[in-house]
Design a protein around this ligand. Structure first.
Ligand code: ATP
Ligand code: MG
Length: 133
């Protein structure tokens, strides 16, 4: 029923495209400016992680409906190295690249639902959903 739209992420311009797609879909679904900004920030962080750690992957966005609630789900998928210790990467300040280590914990805070599924040497799939209020 739901239509997924995806953006391949292989360079920094693709991060901008993913953000733009996210803003358009969020606006269309009826999210206000603040939630639009939360969603586009989450997309940026996930897309940037794909670009930095996996080299390439994709960001898919889909409208979702659950028990009469409407929302937008971000699906970030890559076939990169995977994440060894998911608990660790969810701690504020944990980074393997000299970044701020704020990306993933930030995405979790900005969105309503968040999950990571990752297999070493195989890849990572992160789901993050925001519900309309
Ligand atoms: N898609 C991914 N594939 C493999 N490892 C990842 C992926 N995304 C994140 N990681 C790992 O998780 C760590 C934490 O990610 P997070 O986005 O929270 O911080 P960061 O990217 O290091 O810094 P910041 O996002 O604040 O610039 C990264 O340093 C990296 O080791
Ligand atoms: Mg990051």
């Amino acid at each position: 029923m739901d239509i997924q739209s995806c953006v391949e992420v292989c360079n920094e311009w693709d991060i901008v495209s993913a953000r733009q797609l996210g803003r358009n879909m969020a606006k269309e679904l009826g999210f206000g400016n603040v939630d639009q900004a939360r969603i586009t920030t989450a997309i940026s962080e996930l897309a940037r992680n794909i670009y930095l750690y996996a080299g390439n992957g994709k960001i898919c966005l889909e409208p979702v409906e659950q028990m009469g609630r409407k929302g937008l789900r971000i699906i970030a998928v890559d076939n990169g190295p995977g994440i060894r210790d998911i608990r660790k990467v969810m701690q504020d300040g944990y980074t393997t690249s000299g970044g701020l280590g704020a990306g993933l914990p930030g995405v979790k805070r900005l969105m309503d639902e968040f999950s990571i599924d990752s297999t070493l040497d195989s890849g990572t799939e992160i789901l993050a959903t925001k519900w309309l209020r």
